[in-house]
Design a protein around this ligand. Structure first.
Ligand SMILES: *Cc1c(COP(=O)(O)O)cnc(C)c1O
Length: 399
C-alpha cells in the first residue's frame, strides 16, 4: 500500500522543494541545490523567472479559462508567434508533450487516408521516447515503456536511429508509410544526437515518397540546442513539429505545429482539447517565447553548452570509465561504461541535481539562464563526484 496516497508510478527521491530561483532549488529543510535538470528541460528560463511570474499573476487575475467554444486571443497570438519563429503555418495546442505527438499521429493518419492509404503507417526509431499515452508509448522505442500495455496501437514500423539505409529499405517494402516521426536528439534515449546528414536525408526520402517529416522537438525545442528548434541548424523545414516542456516554463502546454498540407488536414470536429490553449497557459507561453527570442537565448544555450562540454572533456575525457561525452547546446550526456544510477543520489548529497537515463548516461539539461560561474560549478562538482564514484567502483567486487 502506498503511504503517500499516490499511485506508485514514479521512483521518487526523498526530497521535496519549496522554493526555486534561477538554477537553484531549496528543499523543505533549507538545503540549497544547483539544478542541472530544470524539471526535465521544462524550466528553460530557470525557476520563477520574474517576468514569467508576473505574467502568471496578471493573467490569473484577468482570465484563466473559457474553452475552445470561443476565440482565445492569447492562443491566437501564441500561434502566430510560434509560426513566425518556426516557419510553420498553423498550430494546435494541447496540455503536454504526449498530446502534441497524438495530434501529429492523427494528422499523419488523416493525411494518409486522404491519399487512399487504408492502413497509414508511421516510421519511428529505436530508443525513441514520444510519451505515455497508448499511441505515443507504441511509438516509443523502449520495451520497458510498452510492457504490460499490449495490445499496442497498430500502424507503426521501427527503424534504427541515425540509419538512413534502414528507412530506404522500409520505403521500398512498405507502401503504407505516410510519415516519419523522429527526435533530432534523443533525450530519454541517452542524448543520442542525429547527424545533420541523417536528418537531411530523411527530409529527402519524405519528399521523394510524399511522406510527412514529423519532428518531436518536445525536449530539443524552445532554444535548448542552439536554435529555437533543432532543425533550424540543419537547413530544412519539417512538415510537422511538436513541442512542449520548455514552452511553458512549467505551465502545462504542448503544441503541434504543421506546414503545407499537414496544416490543413484537420477539419472542425476532428480534434480538440477542453483545456488546450487556454488564456492562462498561452499568455505565459507567449512571454516565454518572447523572452527566449528577444534575449537571444538559443545562442546562449549554444555557447554555454560548449563551455560545459569543454569543461567535462578537460576533466574526464580519456578516463577508462568514460565511454563518451557529447551534447548539442544544453542537452549534455556523459556516457559511462557502467550503470551509474547511484550517481543521482551521490550528487544530491553534494547539492547537485542531475539525471541518469539509458542506465549509463548522465543527462544534464540546465536552464538557458545559467551563468558561466554556475556552469563551472556544475562541471567541477560533477567531475569530482564521477572520479570518486569510479575509484569506488574499481574496488567493488564485479557484478
Ligand atoms: C518528455 C517528452 C515527451 C512526452 O511529454 P509529456 O509532456 O511527458 O507527455 C515526448 N517526447 C519527447 C522527446 C520528450 O522528451
Amino acid at each position: 500500500m502506498a503511504t503517500t496516497g499516490l499511485m506508485s508510478t514514479y521512483r521518487q527521491m526523498d526530497v521535496a522543494f519549496e522554493k526555486g530561483e534561477g538554477v537553484w532549488l531549496f528543499d523543505t529543510e533549507g538545503n540549497k541545490y544547483l539544478d542541472a535538470i530544470s524539471g526535465i528541460a521544462v524550466c528553460g528560463l530557470g525557476h520563477c523567472h520574474p517576468k514569467i511570474t508576473r505574467v502568471i499573476q496578471e493573467q490569473a487575475a484577468r482570465l484563466v479559462h473559457t474553452s475552445n467554444l470561443y476565440r482565445i486571443t492569447n492562443q491566437e497570438l501564441l500561434g502566430k508567434k510560434l509560426c513566425e519563429v518556426s516557419g510553420m503555418d498553423a498550430v494546435f495546442f494541447g496540455n503536454s508533450g504526449a498530446e502534441a505527438n497524438e495530434c501529429a499521429i492523427k494528422i499523419a493518419r488523416l493525411y494518409g487516408h486522404g491519399k487512399e492509404i487504408d492502413k497509414p503507417t508511421i516510421i519511428v526509431m529505436d530508443h525513441s521516447f514520444h510519451g505515455r499515452t497508448l499511441a505515443t508509448l507504441t511509438a516509443t522505442g523502449s520495451r520497458k515503456v510498452q510492457a504490460g500495455f499490449e495490445p499496442l496501437v497498430q500502424g507503426f514500423v521501427r527503424a534504427p536511429y541515425n540509419d538512413l539505409e534502414a528507412v530506404r529499405t522500409i520505403a521500398s517494402n512498405n507502401p503504407k508509410v505516410v510519415a516519419v516521426l523522429v527526435e533530432p536528439v534523443q533525450g530519454e534515449g541517452g542524448i543520442n544526437i542525429a547527424s545533420d546528414a541523417y536528418m537531411q536525408g530523411l527530409r529527402a526520402i519524405c519528399d521523394e515518397h510524399g511522406w510527412l517529416l514529423m519532428l518531436d522537438e518536445i525536449q530539443t525545442g524552445n532554444g535548448r540546442t542552439g536554435t529555437y528548434f533543432a532543425y533550424q541548424q540543419m537547413g530544412f523545414v519539417p512538415d510537422v513539429v511538436t513541442t512542449a516542456k520548455g514552452l511553458g516554463n512549467g505551465m502545462p502546454i504542448g503544441a503541434c505545429l504543421a506546414r503545407g498540407p499537414a496544416s490543413t488536414t484537420f477539419k472542425p470536429g476532428n480534434h480538440g482539447s477542453t483545456y488546450g490553449g487556454n488564456p492562462l497557459v498561452c499568455g505565459v507561453a507567449l512571454a516565454v517565447v518572447d523572452t527566449i527570442v528577444s534575449e537571444k537565448m538559443p545562442a546562449r544555450a549554444k555557447a554555454l553548452g560548449e563551455r560545459i562540454l569543454q569543461g567535462f572533456r578537460a576533466q574526464l575525457e580519456g578516463a577508462e570509465y568514460i565511454s563518451e561525452i557529447r551534447g548539442k547546446g544544453l542537452m549534455i550526456g556523459i556516457e559511462l561504461k557502467e550503470p551509474c544510477a547511484e550517481l543521482v543520489m551521490l550528487a544530491k548529497t553534494q547539492g547537485l541535481l542531475i539525471n541518469v537515463t539509458a542506465d549509463k548516461v548522465i543527462r544534464l539539461l540546465p536552464a538557458l539562464t545559467m551563468s558561466d560561474s554556475e556552469a563551472d560549478q556544475l562541471v567541477s562538482t560533477l567531475s569530482k563526484l564521477i572520479k570518486i564514484w569510479a575509484a569506488d567502483e574499481r574496488t567493488k567486487p564485479r557484478r
